[in-house]
Write a protein that binds this ligand. Structure first.
Ligand code: BV8
Length: 231
């Protein structure tokens, strides 16, 4: 029976693919304070700004490719039962070959009805415009969890964390909740690894194996270690 690995990733794993992180750009994405643009209030107040903000990020996300960090996680599937729980809205884990990816905060390539949240569509291309409507005639919005909105995928993510034999954290500052709270669902005897050039405080001294380096070098090392000792 293959051991199960649960992996929580954040913006840092996509940094070396060219996508800016939330924190390194001083909390600004495309020059905007994301907690001001990625909110239902922003959508109500200035829909055109929010549509443009996500169009720019969607265009960028469509132009980048996975890095060795993404590929290392995909390659773990040869030896382990792997679930990638990501806070990222890009599709780089899937592009690298990961087949079991849970997006806690939505996906940049998807849009949904503002009338019926069950109506979700894969957007063709990078641009979502004012006037692009769902089958029921209401404006489409990014299928993204904004600040202040609930995180429906948190429940399945907690279940995955509870049944993990091994836990990895890569490229996240662990400042956003409830995602960061996933750590509370990892039982204490499960080996935990953190890969980040700046180890987040939550992981420091919390019996994590520390890989204080970028994902592109740290994750291939962790992959080798896991195959050697746990496969
Ligand atoms: C909710 C989609 C309730 C949008 C995102 C005060 C205190 C605590 C919490 C709160 C608070 N006030 C409000 C809250 C709650 C809030 C929150 O946590 N705010 C934070 C800012 C304090 N949370 C929410 O609002 C959540 N919803 O609580 O709802 C509710 C419940 C029921 C009913 C109604 C309401 C929703 C949060 C989801 C927001 N959406 N993303 C978009 O992308 O546009 S969050 C977004 O930011 C990302 O998804 C991610 O989660 C977060 C960024 O974090 P990281 O991914 O960790 O990135 P960061 O830049 O911070 O860190 C990068 C890391 O990588 C660093 O450690 C760096 O060192 C490392 N790194 C850099 N380079 C590399 C690297 N690592 C490896 N290799 C490298 N090369």
């Amino acid at each position: 029976m293959k051991k199960k690995i649960a992996i929580l990733t954040g913006a840092g794993i996509s940094a070396e693919s060219g996508l800016k992180t939330f924190r390194d750009s001083g909390g600004l994405w495309e020059g905007h304070d994301v907690t001001k643009v990625a909110t239902p209030e922003a959508w109500r107040k200035d829909r055109a700004l929010v549509l443009e903000f996500y169009n720019q990020r969607r265009k960028q996300a469509l132009s980048v490719v996975p890095n060795p960090g993404h590929f290392a996680l995909a390659e773990l599937e040869e030896h382990f039962n792997v679930v990638v729980i990501t806070q990222n809205i890009d599709a780089l884990h899937e592009k690298a070959g990961s087949t079991n990816v849970l997006h806690l905060h939505g996906e940049i390539s998807k849009v949904r009805s503002t009338l019926d949240p069950e109506l979700i569509y894969e957007l063709d291309g990078w641009e979502l415009k004012e006037g692009d409507k769902c089958a029921k005639g209401s404006q489409l919005r990014p299928h993204i969890v904004w600040f202040g909105e609930p995180v429906p995928m948190m429940e399945p993510a907690m279940q995955e964390a509870l049944s993990a034999d091994i836990f990895l954290v890569a490229g996240t500052s662990l400042v956003v909740y409830p995602a960061a709270g996933l750590l509370d669902f990892i039982s204490s005897e499960v080996p935990k690894f953190v890969i980040d050039p700046k180890i987040p405080d939550t992981a420091n001294g919390n019996n994590f194996y520390l890989y204080e380096e970028p994902a592109s070098t740290g994750l291939p090392k962790v992959k080798e270690h896991l195959i050697k000792h746990y496969a």
